[in-house]
Ligand binder design. Structure first.
Ligand SMILES: Nc1ncnc2c1ncn2[C@@H]1O[C@H](COP(=O)(O)OP(=O)(O)O)[C@@H](O)[C@H]1O
Ligand SMILES: [Mg+2]
Length: 259
């Protein structure tokens, strides 16, 4: 079974940045190949990974819905056709593949489409030793169970008191929604000083959420993203990547202890 790291948090906090850095780190230190899942309808993980995802699973869902209503192909043929179409949305790079989920379902009955998608996606994900999921803001797609389970659910937050409080609320919601994860952690992005670490410690002290660390605000990260450049070109001594490495190492080490 694959090792899955799922990243969540409110909009603009740095989820996609952290997800892309996790993919880069795993290409250097972890099990390969990696499946990167862009579960944000506003697909943008591809650019940070230096690839392009022209097709999305959401597009296949629409076709599946229409197929389900059509009389033509028999059941077996339909499922195989959709399986093939989902496989076609996979973008292959040297050390990782990317699949973009695209838009969630619109109005109407998508039961057949979603059942096929779920089973095909689970089968695809199982073929990879490591899966990184970049979620949309909030817990929508986690609760929709596009993602069945994860080894790590990581909440990303900015350093503000309000941001941290939101991260805590997301954790409480995750519990209410019975979102399953073997372990949970919080990462503070654009950290300025240690004060927010203390605040985060206090906010999560009654929970099993691990304080994984912080990432500094960094001009190179912002400039490369604005220019549509991937994280693979970030210099090895880049401050965000250096801090990210420590976080991913902490995650993997704590897995080694737990397993
Ligand atoms: N540590 C950082 N330093 C500088 N800029 C950052 C940092 N983290 C994220 N950014 C920038 O902030 C914006 C939002 O980040 P992103 O990862 O897309 O957030 P999210 O996926 O949570 O919406 C992007 O332009 C990104 O380059
Ligand atoms: Mg994002």
């Amino acid at each position: 079974m694959s090792w899955t790291l799922s990243i969540t948090g409110k909009g603009g906090v740095g989820k996609t940045t952290l997800a892309a850095l996790a993919v880069r780190w795993l290409t250097e230190h972890g099990p390969k190949p990696i499946l990167a899942v862009d579960a944000d309808p506003n697909t943008c993980l591809d650019a940070l990974l230096g690839v392009k995802a022209p097709r999305t699973v959401g597009g296949v869902r629409e076709e599946a819905k229409q197929l389900a209503q059509s009389q033509s192909a028999n059941g077996m043929g339909k499922a195989e056709l959709l399986d093939m179409k989902i496989q076609e949305t996979l973008v292959e790079a040297a050390q990782f593949d990317l699949i973009a989920m695209g838009r969630p379902e619109g109005p109407g009955c998508y039961c057949y489409a979603n059942n096929v998608l779920r089973s095909v996606l689970a089968r695809i994900a199982n073929q990879y030793p490591a899966v990184i999921i970049d979620n949309e803001a909030g817990l929508e797609n986690l609760s929709r169970r596009t993602v069945q389970r994860s080894d790590w659910l990581v909440f990303v937050t900015d350093a503000s008191a309000r941001g941290l409080a939101t991260a805590r609320r997301l954790y409480d919601m995750a519990l209410e929604l019975a979102i399953s994860a073997q372990a949970m952690g919080v990462v503070i992005n654009r950290m300025r000083d240690g004060e927010c670490l203390d605040r985060a410690q206090r906010l999560f002290e009654d929970t099993p959420v691990a304080l994984l660390g912080g990432l500094p605000d960094d001009a190179e990260v912002a400039a490369r993203d604005a220019a549509g450049q991937s994280v693979f070109g970030l210099s090895v001594e880049n401050a965000v990547y250096t801090a990210g490495k420590q976080i991913f190492r902490r995650i993997r080490e704590s897995d080694a202890v737990r397993i």
